[in-house]
Write a new protein. Structure first.
Length: 156
């Protein structure tokens, strides 16, 4: 199952970019034998200032047909790392080919796109900067692969 992080905004060079790249590389190495991956990024940017609706349209266009859509939203479910790993494995085991994680812009994800999501998850009740959400998501996706592979990276 191919995975994609679809995010509003460009992650420039710096510590966040280095961390995301590192976790994506780790995931792609670890997850292949599990039938997961590759994990890619799709960055979209609304240069015309159309707001949340325009960002939603750009994110929608980045999604493959019939993809599982997972929205990162403060109103979403708060999952443990093992629960998250098992959700990914369940989508894979259902024969789903693509899964996309959506990270909206400063105002969040357009309601129509958020409503279309198969799952909404939250990294807690606090609001996080979008560049840090991308780092945390990349790490959790990698952690999910290590949990599914039985690696000691995740200590339960």
């Amino acid at each position: 199952m191919r995975l994609a992080i679809c995010a509003v905004g460009r992650l420039r060079a710096g510590p966040e970019r280095m961390l995301v790249d590192d976790y994506i590389t780790r995931f792609n190495r670890t997850a292949r034998p599990l039938g997961l991956g590759p994990l890619t990024e799709h960055e979209v940017e609304d240069r015309k200032g159309g707001g949340m609706a325009a960002e939603g349209d750009l994110l929608s266009r980045a999604l493959p047909a019939n993809t599982v859509v997972v929205a990162l939203d403060e109103r979403g479910l708060t999952l443990t790392s093992p629960e998250f790993a098992h959700r990914l494995a369940a989508y894979r085991d259902e024969g789903r080919q693509d899964l996309a994680f959506l990270i909206g812009g400063a105002d969040g994800i357009a309601p129509a796109l958020r409503d279309r999501a198969d799952l909404a998850i939250s990294f807690g009740k606090m609001v996080w900067p979008h560049m840090l959400v991308r780092v945390m998501l990349a790490e959790q996706v990698y952690r999910a692969a290590t949990i599914l592979s039985g690696s000691p990276y995740h200590r339960a």
